[in-house]
Ligand binder design. Structure first.
Ligand code: SIN
Length: 532
């Protein structure tokens, strides 16, 4: 793939530099929790391209999976995670996830996170798809917001941590295969900045914005994966993209999640004729793994010629629903849907990327001093399909381990200041790119040809179209973050399509209509890396 090493032209000697011990890109749960776990003797800067309170984590509704019930155990949580992952999970990483869950939830409680409780000693546990036990702790139906608000308020009090908002991380600065810092674009000043550091952590979340409909916020454009790729980091499992089965389908809103916890409370799915259909598709019915439910909905939509199906929770009374799902109740009502009386129109939408920057459980990547955790990283815990409510947990467990690992590594590092005097000058010129229009076009291509169902001819068409777009824009100079995002969305879409073409089988969230079965004989992981 012919891409520039840096998205911007620059000469480091002309740009003022700031030094930190650790730079963290991204202000979701993984980024902020990593910052809290780094020893206070080290200076840390969190760079976020928007404001600190905008991230995918904030939108998480359902909760956090943790085996607390006396009938539950990390072994059962492990088994459920492996089953959902369709043979692609890295078992060692999954053990770390399930075994270290409790200690991190205890830390959240100490930070003051208010989970719903049965009593002063016992947290309430709910059920979600493919979990064999009730093990989801929650704060109403806005768990992500409760956790992120608390962690953010704690990190703002830390004197060693600085939060740099509206600071777009454009590229990693590397020298001799070592990470030296970040080239960033200061949105407010409209100029480039250089931040040098002993370690950089990428916690930028996912890339839902490569699709037309996603539960992710506008900022989820996969910038972290792209800057890692351009610098030579390995990415893996990019073909596995999870579509959440139940996202509100309303003309004014097609991105609002209707949490799986609603199905956990017994809600059933009906097609547009009012017929319940999940029992025809899987023995776990509405609580089958997400990829299976999403494909079943897609099939029912195709069969009935409808653009959505319905979720029916009308058998629960209004008081219960208002209490247990206040945000969902209120939001649906604002669109004229009283969920205690009416079915909720829903359709699948992109929700989570199982793939990411290849990292181990300590966040280490193949580039020295460059780490990744949270959705931006891939250590194999989700395999081909993530188990519900394992994602906030992932941010906590691996954010904790990454923060501790960096603190230890810095103790042994020579105390010299990091320097970088490189430059990257090309003949790129400013030209009129219609970033918004091209973004929409990429999203349409990806939704149609690299979405829930894929095949060789559709993927090949998508690859060729994206390639043409790339040739048209790769030599255009970026003027602002929308241009950077466009370049990143385009690069990631091409990488997802290449990986999806490569995998000639169906597994978890990757479904090829021309290769409908799992192929355990030719099984392999797709690892992509920019050619030197
Ligand atoms: C949900 O509440 O359905 C989302 C939870 C998750 O993505 O794990």
């Amino acid at each position: 793939m012919d891409i520039h090493r840096y998205l911007a032209d620059f000469n480091a000697k002309d740009i003022e530099k700031e030094h930190y011990d650790v730079l963290i890109i991204g202000s979701g749960i993984a980024g902020v929790y990593t910052a809290l776990e780094i020893e206070p003797m080290y200076s840390v800067a969190i760079l976020t391209k928007e404001s600190i309170d905008i991230s995918n984590s904030v939108l998480a509704q359902g909760g956090i999976a943790v085996s607390l019930d006396k009938e539950d155990s990390p072994e059962l949580h492990f088994k459920d995670t492996i089953y959902a992952g369709a043979g692609m999970c890295d078992e060692k990483s999954v053990w770390v996830l399930v075994n270290e869950a409790v200690q991190n939830i205890e830390s959240l409680c100490k930070y003051g996170v208010n989970f719903d409780r049965e009593s002063s000693l016992e947290l309430s546990l709910s059920k979600e798809a493919a979990h064999s036990k009730r093990r989801i702790i929650h704060a109403g139906d806005t768990t992500g917001k409760e956790v992120c608000d608390k962690l953010t308020s704690v990190v703002k009090e830390r004197s060693n941590v600085r939060i740099l908002e509206r600071m777009f991380a454009v590229d990693l600065l590397t020298w001799n295969d070592e990470c030296k810092g970040i080239l960033a674009f200061d949105e407010e000043k409209g100029e480039y900045r250089i931040f040098l550091s002993k370690a950089v952590v990428c916690a930028t979340g996912g890339f839902g914005q490569i699709y037309s409909n996603t539960t992710n916020p506008e900022v989820a454009t996969g910038d972290g994966l792209c800057l890692a790729y351009r610098a030579g980091a390995e990415l893996m499992d990019l073909e596995f993209v999870q579509f959440h089965p139940t996202v509100l389908y309303h003309k004014e809103n097609k991105s609002f999640l209707i949490s799986e916890a609603v199905r956990g409370e017994g809600a059933v799915l009906r097609n547009c004729r009012g017929e319940r259909f999940m029992p025809l598709y899987h023995e776990l019915k509405e609580l089958a793994p997400r990829d299976i439910v999403s494909r079943a909905i897609f099939e029912e939509m195709r069969k009935t010629g409808s653009e959505h199906v319905y979720l029916d929770i009308t058998f629960k009374d209004r008081d219960f629903l208002e209490n247990r799902f206040p945000n969902i109740f209120r939001t649906c009502l604002s669109y004229g849907i009283d969920i205690s009386k009416a079915f909720i129109p829903v359709a699948p939408a992109e929700h989570y990327c199982m793939g990411g920057i290849k990292a181990d459980v300590f966040g280490r990547t193949n580039i020295k001093w460059f780490y990744a955790c949270g959705e931006a990283a891939c250590n194999g815990i989700h395999g081909a399909n993530r188990l519900a409510s394992n994602s906030l947990l992932e941010g906590l467990v691996f954010g904790h381990k990454t923060g501790k690992e960096i603190s230890e590594a810095l103790q042994n590092r020579v105390k010299e200041e990091v320097c970088f005097e490189g430059f990257y000058i090309t003949d790129r010129e400013f030209s009129q790119i219609n970033a918004a229009g091209l973004r929409r076009k990429i999203q349409e291509i990806m939704t149609r040809y690299a979405g829930i169902l894929r095949d060789r001819s559709g993927l090949s068409y998508a690859r060729d179209e994206l390639e043409k777009m790339h040739r048209n824009v790769c030599n255009a100079k970026c003027k602002d973050s929308k241009d950077f995002e466009l370049q990143n969305i385009l690069l990631l879409s091409r990488l997802v399509v290449e990986s999806a073409l490569e995998r000639e089988e169906s597994r978890g969230a990757h479904y090829r209509t021309d290769f409908c079965h799992m192929d355990d004989v030719n099984w392999k992981r797709n690892i992509v890396r920019k050619k030197a």
